[in-house]
Design a protein around this ligand. Structure first.
Ligand SMILES: [Fe+2]
Length: 421
C-alpha cells in the first residue's frame, strides 16, 4: 500500500520520525510518546535549563535540618532547610562517583553521608568531609592541590512563592512570577494566598505511560465529562456548567476553571449518556459536602504549571501532583495533599474525605490511570500515526467553555519550540 493512501482513508496520516507533521499543533505524532532520543532531549530542554520545576512545599521542611527527596524531571534532588532558614535544592548525586546519597523520602539531619565512600555534605550540598583525604600513614589520599572549596552536589536555583518551592538548573532563569505570567500567577495565588499550608498526606503511583499524557489529561476538559462517571453523575465537572480554559502567553501553563451547577440539562445528558448514571446515589453524601472557600464562583481550578506539576483544587480537596518521568514509557505521579494551617478540624476532615476522589484508587482519578495506560498501549506500536487535536477549533486562545482541546494545542505550541521540532 502506498504511504499516501493511508492519509484520509483512516483519519490519520503517516508522519515522518523526528519531523512534526503538517497541521501544526492540531496534530501530535505518536513517536513523541515513545522515542528514546525525544525523552533524552526533554530532560535537557523541558525539565532542565531555565524551567522552574516544582520540588516540594515549604510546609514539608519547616525546621532547620529538615529535608525531602525530590526530582526535577528524572534527576534526583534534595530539598533542605538550612540553619539560617534558607531553602536549598541540590543534586542527589555524589560529587565523587555520582551515588544518589540521600535515601530517605524525608527527615531531619545536619549532614548527608554518601553510603559508598562516606563523603559528607552539609545542608547546602557542600562537601564537608572525605575519609582518608590525607591518606593513611603517609600513603595514598588526595593530592596536595585537592581542595574541598567549591566541591559539592550541583546546586539548583530556588524560587519560593507562598509556600511552594520550585527549582531550576539554570541559575539565570527568569523570576518565577514572570515565568508564570500575570494570568496564571492569579490562579496560583488563589490557592497559595500566603496562608501557611499543612500537609495532609501523600499518595504515590507509577503509571505505565509517557508523562506528557498525564499533563495533557489535565489540559483536556473534553474527556472529563464523558469518561468520569463520578464527576458527571454528581455534577462536580460537566460540559453544561459555566467554565473556561485559560493559558499563559506561551501556552505552556494552563487552567481549567469550572463552577458546580444544577442537574445536567437534556442536551448535555444525551451527549454524556454512556457514563451519566442518574440512578446512582452516594451512601455517604458527605463526600459532596462542599464548602465555598475562595473568592469568585469557580468550584474547580485545575492548573498545569510547565513542566512538572498540576495544582489540584477540586471542591475542597487540594493537592500537588508532581510528575517524575521514568523513561518514555512510565512516570511516577506523586500526590501531596494539603490544607491550610488555620483550617478547622471539620475542614481538614472534609478535605481528607474528598481526597477519596483522587489518587491511584480515587473515585475519579482511577479512570485516568487506567485510560492513560490504554493510550500508551495503543500509541507505541503505531509511532508513525498522529493524534487529532481539533476540538474547539485549530487556534490557541483562551476559551469560555470546556468543549475544547485548546490547552493541549497550547502545550504543544511551546513544546515544539523548546524541543526544536
Ligand atoms: Fe480525568
Amino acid at each position: 500500500m502506498a504511504e499516501a493512501s493511508l492519509e484520509g482513508e483512516r483519519g490519520f496520516a503517516k508522519s515522518e520520525r523526528g519531523k512534526w507533521p503538517d497541521g501544526g499543533v492540531t496534530r501530535v505524532p505518536f513517536w513523541v510518546y515513545s522515542d528514546e532520543e525525544i525523552y533524552r532531549r526533554e530532560q535537557d530542554h523541558v525539565f532542565g535549563g531555565a524551567n522552574w520545576n516544582y520540588v516540594a512545599l515549604e510546609a514539608e521542611i519547616p525546621n532547620g535540618g529538615d529535608f525531602v527527596r525530590s526530582w526535577v524531571g528524572d534527576k534526583p534532588v534534595v530539598v533542605t532547610r538550612d540553619a539560617e532558614g534558607g531553602v536549598n535544592v541540590f543534586a542527589n548525586s555524589c560529587a565523587h562517583r555520582g551515588v544518589a546519597f540521600c535515601r530517605h523520602n524525608r527527615g531531619n539531619t545536619d549532614l548527608f553521608t554518601c553510603p559508598y565512600h562516606q563523603w559528607s555534605y552539609d545542608l547546602k550540598g557542600r562537601v564537608t568531609g572525605i575519609p582518608f583525604r590525607r591518606g593513611y600513614k603517609g600513603k595514598g589520599g588526595m593530592g596536595k592541590d585537592f581542595s574541598l572549596e567549591g566541591r559539592g552536589a550541583t546546586p539548583l536555583a530556588v524560587a519560593v512563592r507562598n509556600g511552594v518551592i520550585f527549582a531550576a538548573f539554570d541559575h539565570v532563569a527568569e523570576a518565577f512570577e514572570d515565568y508564570l505570567g500575570p494570568k496564571m500567577l492569579g490562579y496560583f495565588d488563589r490557592v497559595f494566598d500566603g496562608r501557611p499550608l499543612k500537609v495532609l498526606g501523600y499518595l504515590k503511583q507509577r503509571i505505565d505511560c509517557n508523562w506528557k499524557l498525564m499533563f495533557e489529561n489535565i489540559k483536556d476538559p473534553y474527556h472529563a465529562s464523558v469518561l468520569h462517571v463520578f464527576l458527571i453523575t454528581f455534577g462536580l465537572f460537566r460540559m453544561d456548567q459555566e467554565s473556561a480554559v485559560e493559558m499563559d502567553e506561551t501556552g505552556r501553563h494552563g487552567a481549567l476553571i469550572s463552577r458546580r451547577g444544577a442537574e445536567a440539562d437534556a442536551e448535555a445528558s444525551r451527549e454524556m449518556s454512556n457514563n451519566l448514571r442518574v440512578d446512582f446515589s452516594l451512601r455517604d453524601p458527605r463526600l459532596l459536602d462542599i464548602a465555598r472557600e475562595y473568592p469568585g464562583d469557580a468550584t474547580v481550578v485545575m492548573q498545569t504549571i510547565w513542566p512538572n506539576v498540576i495544582v489540584q483544587q477540586q471542591s475542597n480537596t487540594l493537592a500537588m501532583r508532581h510528575m517524575v518521568p521514568r523513561g518514555p514509557h512510565a512516570f511516577d505521579l506523586n500526590w501531596t495533599f494539603f490544607g491550610y494551617a488555620d483550617d478547622t478540624p471539620e475542614m481538614t476532615q472534609r478535605r481528607v474525605r474528598q481526597a477519596n476522589l483522587m489518587g491511584p484508587a480515587g473515585l475519579v482519578s482511577v479512570d485516568d490511570s487506567e485510560v492513560l495506560v490504554m493510550s500508551q498501549d495503543g500509541l507505541v506500536p503505531y509511532p508513525d500515526s498522529e493524534a487529532v487535536v481539533e476540538m474547539g477549533g485549530k487556534e490557541v486562545a483562551d476559551a469560555p467553555h470546556m468543549i475544547t482541546e485548546v490547552a493541549i494545542r497550547g502545550f504543544y505550541s511551546h513544546y515544539k519550540k523548546v524541543m526544536g521540532l
